[in-house]
Design a protein around this ligand. Structure first.
Ligand code: FEO
Length: 169
């Protein structure tokens, strides 16, 4: 039996994941406007991944016989100043999401909800990867500084990313 507190906390997390998708979509639009199509592509893949996270939580609640309650998604930031600032914001955001997932796990442990603990472990592991991949890009952008050539090279690399839910299995 899943508690109403746990259900409500997972519903909040669905909203956070949907906001994440929206934030990265906003970053995609900003990068496209800057003619950095590789970075825009990376953000598009990231946004799809966040949708997948939201739906994984959504499906879990339904599987447990709980009610999914969707809430309004906040307006995302529209302007990001420069590529480094955008990816730094993405990294901050991922750290915030990791903290939120950890708090969900704390609650599942407190409530001795073993099924939810087992389910959340996937998200705990996923957040390690999420933070690491954004951190790597932040470090590359810091290294190249104002060098346009370096920026184009990173953009070309990030153009290679694609996302498919099957990758998560
Ligand atoms: Fe769904 Fe990037 O955390």
């Amino acid at each position: 039996m899943i508690s109403s507190k746990m259900i409500s906390a997972i519903n909040e997390q669905i909203n956070k994941e949907l906001y994440s998708a929206y934030l990265y979509l906003s970053m995609q639009a900003w990068f496209a406007d800057q003619n950095l199509d590789g970075m825009a592509n990376w953000m598009n893949a990231q946004s799809k991944e966040e949708d997948f996270h939201a739906m994984k939580l959504f499906d879990y609640l339904i599987e447990r016989g709980a009610r999914v309650k969707l809430k309004a998604i906040a307006d995302p930031t529209l302007d990001f100043e420069n590529p480094l600032k955008a990816f730094q914001m993405a990294l901050e955001h991922e750290r915030y999401i990791s903290k939120s997932i950890n708090e969900l796990m704390d609650l599942a442990i407190k409530e001795k909800d073993h099924a939810t603990k087992s389910f959340l472990q996937w998200f705990i592991d996923e957040q390690v990867e999420e933070e690491a991949s954004v951190d790597r890009i932040v470090n590359m952008l810091k290294m190249i500084g104002d060098h346009g050539h370096g920026l184009m090279m990173i953009d070309r690399e990030l153009a290679q990313r694609s996302y498919s839910p099957e990758d998560e299995e």
